[in-house]
Write a protein that binds this ligand. Structure first.
Ligand code: NAD
Ligand code: DAU
Length: 333
């Protein structure tokens, strides 16, 4: 099969491509990535000979059309996106350009060039948040109520995919997963940022009171789920989660323990402008296909900490002037 993966130099994308080459080396993989600050071509250094790599922007209609025309893809997996909520408050424009217009461009081309299946990688954030004491879990049929420019752009992309594929032969799968963590994640997201700070003996900035809850899934579990859906899922929307939402403070306490450090390494900082309280998903639909997340949070955190310790240079290259200026904007230290 001929498979296009966009955003493959990012966090989930590079883990996905490594997994695909291991599990299905017989397929033919093309990747497209614009290499924004979050994309790193070196994430694919060990496998680059096995890929057709295109450095390009998914919003570039002409370049994308030439690619679809030439390659005759069977499956397109769209992971390319602007992904960091804090950045979306500073400047929402790239979020709407890539996440909405870029996705629209790809789905129209997928229809025009008779791609069989289009997999749109979405997020649990499109449902909006829940009260901290709620035990509700969002279902795929629930209404969308996103709250920040990032999640609004992702919800718009989901709705456009649903609308534009309707009545066509294109099989659409939308995945909505909870927070991922693991190797190759840019250190602006909570877990790699916290690991980076602890490795440098610095305090971790916690927004607000730290009671906000997330349901952390190890990236390889999410990648396995996407692969399963891409090959065997009936068209539709699928939630993906680990299934155990915990507060940011609980998560960080576990992490601190693995560094033999205590809570004095936590510093409370100004809260996010709009900070979703709790995400939680009903995953019975994907479970009915035989999927469940295998890696416990304890195992996943250990693997992640070990990976960053063994790849200190990955964190160092990210800390250029632009990164430090960005952090200054977000945190009042
Ligand atoms: P990431 O920020 O690490 O990587 C995004 C990749 O997309 C980068 O390589 C970047 O260069 C590329 N990209 C950005 N704009 C592009 C454009 N216009 N054209 C081509 N490439 C472009 O993101 P991630 O965390 O790996 O997320 C991947 C997908 O999964 C996103 O769609 C995101 O919304 C979704 N998602 C992420 C999480 C998470 O916790 N990380 C959870 C749920 C869903
Ligand atoms: O839920 C899925 C989403 O998870 C994805 O769609 C997004 O692309 C991804 O960025 C992530 O969004 P979050 O905003 O939940 O992730 P982040 O790592 O930025 O923050 C996790 C929690 O930690 C959140 O409650 C905010 C808090 N936080 C974050 C940072 C970076 C802090 O307290 N301090 C921090 O320094």
């Amino acid at each position: 099969m001929k498979i296009l993966v966009t955003g493959a130099c990012g966090f989930i994308g590079s883990n996905f491509i490594h997994y695909l080459l291991d599990s299905h080396p017989e397929d033919n993989y093309t990747i497209v990535d614009k290499l924004t600050y979050a994309g790193d071509i070196h994430n694919l250094d060990d496998i680059k000979e096995k890929l057709d790599i295109r450095i390009a922007d998914i919003t570039d209609e002409k370049t994308m059309e030439e690619l679809f025309y030439k390659k005759d893809f069977d499956i397109v997996v769209n992971m390319a996106a602007e992904t960091h909520v804090d950045r979306s408050f500073i400047d929402e424009e790239p979020f709407f350009r890539t996440n909405v217009l870029g996705t629209t461009n790809l789905i129209k081309l997928a229809k025009k060039y008779h791609v069989r299946r289009f997999v749109q990688i979405s997020t649990d954030e499109v449902y909006g948040d829940l009260a901290l004491d709620s035990d509700y879990r969002y279902k795929e049929t629930d209404r969308l109520a996103p709250s920040n420019p990032y999640s609004i752009s992702k919800a718009m992309a989901d709705l456009l995919c649903l609308s534009l594929s309707k009545g066509s032969e294109l099989e659409l799968i939308i995945t909505r997963s909870t927070n991922n963590y693991g190797p190759y994640q840019y250190p602006e997201k909570l877990i790699p940022l916290a690991i980076d700070r602890l490795l440098s003996d610095k305090k971790i900035p916690v927004y607000g009171d730290g009671r906000n809850m997330r349901d952390w899934i190890y990236v390889l579990d999410n990648v396995r789920a996407i692969d399963l859906l891409m090959r065997k899922g009936t068209p539709g929307i699928y939630n993906i989660a680990y299934g155990h939402p915990i507060s940011n403070l609980e998560l960080l306490t576990d992490l601190l323990r693995s560094f033999d450090k205590d809570e004095s390494y936590i510093t409370f900082v100004k809260d996010r402008k709009v900070h979703d309280l709790r995400y939680a998903l009903d995953v019975s639909k994907i479970e009915s296909l035989g999927f469940d997340a295998k890696i416990t949070l304890k195992e996943g955190l250990k693997k992640t900490v070990d990976w960053y310790k063994a790849h200190r240079s990955y964190l160092e290259v990210k800390k250029d002037r632009a990164y430090n200026d960005y952090l200054k904007k977000v945190y009042e230290e």
